[in-house]
Design a binder for this molecule. Structure first.
Ligand code: NOJ
Length: 735
């Protein structure tokens, strides 16, 4: 009850605070300031007992009864805690810090990723906007809400690249492409940091490439692929100032990342120059036993510390064993000191030593609820991807006549938020039913049938009534939803079709013979091959969050035109996975003949390619020109293209630039995204869009992970998707 009252007070105060100007992220200290911090850290480490040092590496989850944890903090044996999601509870531990000998402030962390109070669309939808600034605003808003409860670090952003939609966690990330993923990684880090939270870029590395798409499964990744495909979002996060990085659960090439010194110390800390702290994932040190690389928890602790894992999240392995390991001579104190230094460095960088107990002084205040909702609505609107629209079935207008909305998801107020402190009242969410009904013209008739007994269509409520309702309409809007319980961590799937009886319902609706606009709420690419054939339009709405259904009605009725583009390939069949636009050429490029790359029972191409997405208007591309078609290894090249809105209403287009190196020492991908810009054009208007590429943007990595800028010829393609066909060329020359 007390928690509820406290949280209610928090909500009320959120709603009543005025909007604030955008703060800047806390700058990382450089030069003399940095040297001063390092000197303070040395002095502090000099005063610490071994027990206090190990305490700084101990990062348990908040547990009840909490007295043992309060006592441990007082003794300096806990340096950070996760899931303390209440300001009063945070204060209890801050008081315990004040009672400790060295008074070293604590880190308090939660998974405030796309929701704290107001839920934003899931992060893959952020990437579908192709507008990193929106992601930055979203992250800032979430952080500013979260920081008010004393939390100072978020376990975000999740920046794992994945080409496998069977893996449930694709919903948390930026999709399949390193360039797009890096842009969103940096934007999200900037945003959360602006909002007053430190970030944890996760999960380093290759977690998004589990074999078979099974969560936690191992990945096989060569060094060149690691650096080309998986590391760029981490490098971007580091450059944007992420204070921490979370190591992944999985093995890479047979060695668990949590015990992988070549990856954590040699690659992340040394080669990428990351000098913040590296944390394990939840209980991952303990799970080294399950991986079969540690016989007991003590050995797991020693291996993880030696690999470079500074923070033990929840395993209590460091707390219980490192002291003995040091005394037995198996762990040098220098290894512990190095980890403690990183932890303290991050605490200084976060400004924790300057904070008052209660920690509010340095944090930006929350935004007012209306402005958070506005940002959530903006992200949702821009994230919807219209992948098919035959006969301009959408937008719904007076010409659409009687509209039948079918599907229980239209009554859903589930905002699919992952986080929301216990007891906090869910924010008001409009249903699609209400939002759409309110937006139809007065002359139009609105009909509705839920069809299903639940929002995800697992069973029917009344199939024939839904068919009858559809018969009475001129246009059917059928909303289907992937259950959010089947997106996210531990939610790998082998069947990516419509869940439950939604496919059966679609078959029945298709027989009615009226145009169908299919709206798909999902956290991942689904296999929509059959479904797409039966409908005129398909709008991918992701899981759109608190403001999402209102945004959906705005887009369906044309109040706002769709402008999202797919950040991940939609395959035709699960058997094609992994599938992405940037594959390597093969010895036998697909021609449809049997002895060329492909399948005997399926086309090799995706259903909807990466970068694809339509608007309610159309765009044409012309005049692709390359400034000076020769560039040296330290040179740049200018590329421009004219984009014209050839339709009758204004719209936004994501202009995408792809390159292909035609001949190199290794096979290079058929296409690689190297630039994008989202533009807005009035009908009939033309705009020249310019890109500048550096030769270093065209580098790839060799077998040792070293970047190579190899002279040679490149094709460049510009257009509205990865299938763009407007082409030019240029060349990198040796001198
Ligand atoms: C496990 C997840 O893999 C990670 O992403 C998350 O931050 C932690 N649990 C903490 O909740």
């Amino acid at each position: 009850m007390r928690i509820c009252i406290l949280l209610f007070t928090f909500v009320v105060s959120l709603a009543s605070l005025p909007a604030q100007s955008t703060p800047s992220p806390r700058p990382l200290p450089t030069g003399a300031a940095e040297a001063e911090i390092e000197a303070k850290i040395s002095a502090l480490i000099g005063k610490m007992t071994l027990e206090e040092k190990i305490g700084q590496l101990n990062f348990p989850s908040y547990a009840f009864p909490r007295e043992p944890q309060i006592e441990a903090v007082t003794k300096g044996r806990i340096g950070a805690m996760l899931n303390v999601a209440n300001l009063d509870h945070v204060r209890v531990f801050e008081e315990a810090v004040q009672a400790s000998r060295l008074k070293i402030p604590m880190i308090f962390a939660i998974d405030a990723i796309y929701a704290f109070h107001i839920a934003f669309p899931v992060p893959i939808a952020w990437a579908a906007t192709w507008e990193p600034e929106l992601a930055e605003r979203a992250a800032e808003a979430i952080a500013r809400e979260t920081a008010q409860i004393g939390v100072n670090l978020t376990f975000a952003p999740m920046i794992d690249i994945s080409r496998d939609p069977r893996w449930g966690r694709v919903m948390e990330g930026g999709g399949e492409d390193a360039y797009l993923g890096a842009a969103f990684s940096a934007a999200r880090v900037r945003g959360y940091r602006k909002g007053g939270l430190a970030t944890s870029a996760k999960h380093f590395v290759g977690y998004g490439a589990p074999e078979g798409g099974r969560d936690y499964n191992g990945a096989q990744i060569s060094m060149s692929e690691l650096f080309d495909r998986y590391i760029p979002p981490f490098q971007a996060a580091i450059d944007a100032g992420t204070e921490t990085v979370m190591a992944s659960f999985n093995t890479v090439n047979g060695v668990p990342v949590t015990a992988n010194r070549p990856l954590i110390t040699d690659v992340l800390k040394t080669r990428l120059g990351f000098d913040g702290l590296v944390m394990s994932d939840f209980a991952a040190i303990m799970e080294l036993k399950n991986h079969g690389v540690a016989g007991d928890l003590a050995q797991a602790a020693e291996k993880a510390l030696h690999a470079g894992i500074d923070y033990d999240m929840e395993s209590k392995a460091y707390d219980q064993h490192l002291e003995d390991s040091v005394k037995a001579g198996r762990v040098p104190v220098a290894e512990i000191d190095a980890a403690v230094r990183r932890v303290l460095r991050v605490k200084y960088r976060m400004g924790l030593f300057e904070d008052t107990p209660g920690g509010q002084r340095k944090r930006p205040p929350p935004l007012d609820e209306a402005s958070v909702r506005k940002t959530a609505r903006d992200v949702a609107r821009e994230s919807f991807v219209l992948v098919k629209n035959n006969g301009a079935t959408l937008p719904i207008g007076p010409q659409s006549g009687t509209v039948a909305l079918i599907g229980a998801a239209a009554l859903s107020v589930n905002d699919h938020s992952w986080y929301g402190p216990a007891g906090l009242e869910k924010p008001r969410t409009e249903t699609l039913h209400d939002a759409l009904k309110a937006r139809l013209e007065s002359k139009q008739t609105f009909l509705f049938a839920p069809a299903f007994a639940d929002a995800c269509g697992l069973s029917f409520e009344d199939k024939s009534k839904a068919v009858e309702t559809a018969r009475a309409a001129d246009l059917i809007v059928f909303i289907v939803s992937e259950d959010c319980a089947v997106s996210g961590e531990g939610a790998s799937r082998v069947d990516l079709g419509l869940s439950g009886v939604q496919g059966e319902m679609l078959d029945a609706l298709a027989e009615v013979g009226k145009p169908i606009a299919l709206v798909v709420e999902t956290g991942r690419p689904l296999v929509l091959t059959d479904a797409s054939e039966k409908v005129a339009s398909v709008l991918i709405a992701w899981h759109p969050g608190t403001e999402g259904r209102t945004a959906l009605a705005e887009v369906l009725t044309g109040e706002f035109a769709p402008s999202g583009k797919l950040p991940m390939t939609f395959p035709r069949s699960v058997g094609q996975i992994p599938l992405s636009y940037n594959e390597l050429p093969t010895s036998r490029p697909s021609t449809g003949d049997r002895y060329t790359t492909g399948y005997v029972d399926e086309k090799p191409t995706p259903l909807y390619p990466f970068g694809h997405g339509l608007s309610y208007t159309s765009f044409s591309y012309s005049g692709l020109a390359v400034g000076k078609p020769l560039l040296t290894r330290d040179g740049t090249i200018d590329i421009r293209v004219d984009v014209t809105n050839t339709g009758s209403r204004s719209g936004q287009e994501v202009v995408q630039l792809y390159t292909r190196q035609l001949v190199a020492a290794r096979s290079r991908p058929l296409r690689e995204l190297k630039g994008f810009q989202k533009i807005k054009l009035a009908p009939g208007k033309k705009k020249t869009v310019r890109f500048t590429l550096k030769a270093s943007d065209l580098a790839y990595h060799d077998d040792t992970g070293e970047p190579v800028i190899e002279p040679g010829k490149f094709d460049v393609f510009v257009g509205g998707s990865s299938a763009a066909d407007l082409k030019s060329e240029f060349r990198i020359v040796a001198e």
